[in-house]
Design a binder for this molecule. Structure first.
Ligand code: IMP
Ligand code: MG
Length: 184
């Protein structure tokens, strides 16, 4: 239950990664991407809404020519576990013959990105690579290759820096666990 006289900071349990650590890691990932895509013009495709803070930092740190798009995908209908039901709200972006880099906040089962990768390949992308801020390999169900990982984490529910619980907490400037009393 959310009390509007409290703030998101009141529901934080443990901080895993500070803003400074995330900034440092984004700079490293961006220079890796700059190297890997030398001579190409990749298309960054962010998965809304969780990717936004990560995409902003990552993208600002890249130096190569590139384009940027966002699509909406959902495998969660609230709560803390995957339903396996992935929907992609295709924004009609033209990926034909493009080297796509999907940008995601966190990968859990991988079902979301398996579906998104397939859709983008079916639409004619030349290549599709995955870049995620967080990877939670413990629950992996899909056979996906994750090329860029910010931080690999244990099986726990995380919030902040774009990650939500029931659409809240995306504005926390760090990655943390949530007070268990706040989870229904
Ligand atoms: P997957 O299809 O199971 O890989 O689910 C990935 C999506 O689930 C992410 O884009 C998030 O929206 C959500 N998700 C998975 N784990 C967490 C978490 O620990 N906190 C917040 N959202 C999560
Ligand atoms: Mg997401």
């Amino acid at each position: 239950m959310v009390h509007t006289n409290m703030q998101v900071y009141d529901d934080v349990k443990d901080i895993l990664y500070t803003k400074e650590q995330i900034e440092q890691r984004c700079a490293e990932l961006a220079s890796q991407i700059d190297n890997d895509y030398k001579g190409k013009i990749p298309m960054f495709v962010g998965i809304l809404k969780g990717c936004v803070p990560f995409m902003t930092l990552l993208y600002n740190n890249t130096k190569i020519y590139s384009t940027i798009e966002y699509v909406r995908a959902s495998s969660y209908k609230g709560g803390t576990s995957t339903t396996g039901n992935v929907e992609l709200d295709d924004e009609n972006i033209d990926v034909s013959n493009r080297d796509v880099i999907i940008v995601e906040d966190i990968i859990d089962t991988g079902l979301t990105l398996e579906a998104v990768t397939k859709i983008l390949m079916d639409k004619g992308a030349k290549s599709v690579a995955i870049c995620t801020l967080l990877d939670k390999p413990a629950h992996r169900k899909a056979n996906i290759n994750v090329k860029y990982v910010g931080f690999s984490v244990e099986d726990q529910f995380l919030i902040g820096f774009g990650l939500d619980y029931n659409e809240l907490y995306r504005n926390l400037p760090f990655i943390c666990t949530i007070d268990p009393n706040k989870i229904d």
